[in-house]
Ligand binder design. Structure first.
Ligand code: G1P
Ligand code: ZN
Length: 543
């Protein structure tokens, strides 16, 4: 086997965002693009020779071609074993679990998560470390820096590896192992949750719809919900991963999965519905004519965590990203768990999980996870919900209402303004940042600003500092507005504006969310001069 050094020149745009590298397919198809990036990852790591690397992706367009390139580079870089999901398929949580189970050095996950797929869609590459957690910021920075001066990558000549056949073969000193994508993950879920309990729910006639949105969770959900748990055949819909997700934007929220939301408002609604995203780490929970906000969902999971024996010995603290509502804080306070507030992005939970400071974490963007693996996990969250429903016998709506009755309701919504001109979006943030000292004590329509600051985070374990993580306006009545720019887009800029408003009186628990937050929406537009600077009056996505 001849290892070749291929001369290359850097691409200046290989910068890791909130969750790895995200680019248009047309960009990653440039000659040397994938190779440069993957070699830059390896050049930023030490001591992986002879060790195991997990590789898989969400099955989107270019997944298989990219995996063939990565195999060659990984073999040439002397990894000892490559563990690859059959047909190149691994959900993000399944890959994270395999990294730990196989005691791998790390893993490469090919996914642009919930971004659209297909030949003119998005592609993405992320690296997870040996704990199965996303590359921490310091490593992400090192990889980005290396991409800027890389001048060669290592590769070999190798015929295409047949990824459809489970089994092992040896190339040089590397074993290439193709494994079933689903079975290890499904086994692990059975260690965490009582499958007999959930089975009994379905035996009593409980009905469910799980929408895989033509993305990676199809095979996982079919096997777990229908085969193992006895949900009726056909409960899992859009269950075949397609390279273009069937033209669907695989993001489980009120805008991009309106079809499921509408179905749950219809006469055919099932008792419970859920959906997951492109790579299987997000989830959305619905009941008949009822939507569970992800911030509330996290609080609900925190409330039931100590009833799941798997967590009995590890139940420590909880963490949420800063834009996520403080509903979980209220539950945690009552249970005596510490709460950590991190910047947006799963990478900030890794060190807290590793140090056993937290057992549960989540984000308002439809992500939740726990100490069971260090990525967010959509199917895990759905199994957790099924466990709660089986244990309590309550409806989805009732479970959520119990949270409000115990703690009050934090109305919460995120407005995203997509595809903005990048320079204008940056200017908006800069102007807002410089106006911060003038904002406290200002009053808008009866809402008085108490604090105005740019969120900065010092990781309590590593001491790493992440600043400029989002502008927060906190009001006297505890309402809050957060504004930040997305770090997962592949072009232009997306402004995210997060709104929270607390209501303590039960007569206010069934109001319309958008109507409740409306005064805050107006304030956010005023303070940021949104319309003048972006030309936009309304968001493109409301969740
Ligand atoms: C978005 C979400 C964030 C999540 C990330 C990856 O990032 O807001 O919570 O961790 O996707 O799934 P953003 O585009 O806002 O940077
Ligand atoms: Zn995702």
């Amino acid at each position: 086997m001849d290892i070749k050094a291929v001369k290359t020149t850097p691409f200046q745009d290989q910068i890791l965002g909130t969750s790895g590298l995200r680019k248009k397919v047309s960009v990653v198809r440039q000659t040397h693009y994938i190779e440069n990036f993957v070699q830059s990852i390896f050049d930023s790591l030490d001591g992986f020779e002879g060790k195991t690397l997990v590789i898989g992706g969400d099955g989107r367009f270019y997944n298989s071609q990219a995996i063939q390139m990565i195999i060659k580079i990984a073999v040439a870089n002397q990894f000892g074993r490559l563990v690859i999901g059959q047909n190149g398929i691994l959900s993000t949580p399944a890959a994270s679990h395999l990294i730990v189970k196989k005691q791998a050095f790390g893993g490469i996950i090919l996914s642009a998560s919930h971004n659209p797929g297909g030949s003119d869609g998005d592609f993405g590459i992320k690296y997870d470390i040996e704990t199965g957690a996303p590359a921490p910021q310091t490593l992400a920075d090192a990889i980005s820096a290396r991409t800027k001066n890389i001048d060669r990558y290592w590769t070999i000549d190798l015929p295409e590896i047949d990824l459809s056949r489970i089994g092992e073969q040896t190339v040089g000193s590397t074993v290439i192992e193709v494994i079933d994508s689903v079975s290890d993950y499904a086994l692990y879920m059975q260690e965490i949750f009582d499958f007999n309990l959930i089975r009994s729910l379905f035996r009593q006639g409980f009905t469910m719809t799980f929408d895989s949105m033509n993305a990676v969770t199809g095979p996982y959900a079919k096997y777990i919900f229908e085969t193992l748990l006895g949900a009726a055949e056909g409960s899992v819909i859009r269950a075949t991963p397609l390279p273009d997700f069937g033209g669907v934007h695989p993001e489980p929220n009120l805008t991009y999965n309106k079809s499921l939301v509408d179905f749950m408002k219809s006469d055919q609604a099932t008792d419970f519905a859920a959906a997951s995203d492109g790579d299987g780490d997000r989830y959305m929970i619905l009941g008949p004519s009822f939507f569970v906000n992800p911030s509330d969902s996290l609080a609900i999971l925190a409330g039931y965590m100590d009833q799941i024996p798997f967590y009995a010995s590890s139940m420590s603290g909880v963490a949420r990203s800063m834009p996520t509502s403080a509903a979980v804080d209220m539950v945690a306070r009552q249970k005596g768990f510490p709460v950590f507030e991190t910047p947006t992005g799963w990478k900030f939970f890794g060190s807290l999980l590793g140090a056993r400071k937290i057992a549960l974490c989540g984000e308002e963007s439809f992500g939740a996870g726990s100490s069971h693996l260090y990525e967010k996990d959509g199917i895990w969250a759905v199994l957790f919900w099924l466990t709660i429903l089986a244990k309590t016998g309550l409806s989805v709506q009732r479970v959520n209402e119990e949270l409000w009755h115990a703690y009050g309701r934090i109305y919460t919504s995120t407005h995203s303004y997509e595809d903005l001109d990048s320079a204008k979006a940056k200017l908006l943030m800069e102007q807002l940042r410089s106006s911060l000292p003038t904002l406290p004590q200002k009053e808008y329509n009866g809402f008085k600003i108490k604090e105005a600051f740019d969120f900065s985070y010092t990781d309590p374990i590593t001491g790493d500092v992440a600043d400029k993580q989002g502008i927060c306006l906190v009001f006297e009545d505890h309402s809050r507005i957060v504004m930040r720019l997305s770090g997962t887009g592949s072009s232009g800029a997306t402004l995210r504006v997060y709104y929270n408003r607390f209501m303590g009186d039960p007569k206010d628990f069934s109001r319309d969310v958008q109507e409740v937050i409306e005064p805050l929406v107006t304030i956010s537009k005023d303070v940021s001069d949104l319309k003048a600077l972006t030309g936009r009056e309304y968001p493109t996505v409301i969740t």
